[in-house]
Structure formats: C-alpha cells, structure tokens
Design a protein around this ligand. Structure first.
Ligand SMILES: [Zn+2]
Length: 87
C-alpha cells in the first residue's frame, strides 16, 4: 500500500523537514527526502505514522532493510538507531 500525500506531509512537518537520522535539511537538499519505514515493510512494518520517518536519500539507502547491525566494538548485534524510540 502506498503512503498517501497527506501522510507524507505529516511526516515532513513532524520532522521539521530534517532527516531524522543525520538531521540534514530537506530545504537545503536538491532532492526531496524519502519516507522511511522504521520497521521495514518486508518485516511486517506498518504504514502507520508511528512507523514512518523522514530520511534523506543517503540515509534511506544506507539503512536499506536492516533493523540491526553488528556493533564494531563489542561484536554484538545491536539495533540500528530508531528515531521513534530514541532522540
Ligand atoms: Zn540523512
């Protein structure tokens, strides 16, 4: 299911037009930012506002479908930053 324009705009305004991962400004970017699923749809993430975050293209592509990564210091599996749960 596609995310509606209304929902996209709500996500943009909520994020203050900043990428929620690196805090770069959409207004200073040549490209419109994308709406990222915090929990990917491939892992049953929803299209609900609570699961959406504004992400610049670079952050969105880098996260791809991973919700966890290996911590380089401890070698343990660590969850990737979640802008809905962390600040
Ligand atoms: Zn970013």
């Amino acid at each position: 299911m596609a995310i509606s324009d209304v929902t996209r705009q709500l996500v943009r305004e909520r994020a203050n037009y900043l990428c929620e991962y690196c805090h770069s400004s959409e207004r200073l970017s040549a490209n419109r930012f994308t709406i990222d699923h915090v929990i990917p749809r491939s892992l049953d993430g929803s299209d609900d506002l609570s699961n959406l975050a504004l992400a610049c293209r670079r952050c969105n592509e880098r996260r791809y479908n991973f919700v966890a990564g290996v911590d380089p210091e401890t070698q343990e599996i660590a969850p990737i930053f979640n802008p809905r749960l962390q600040k």
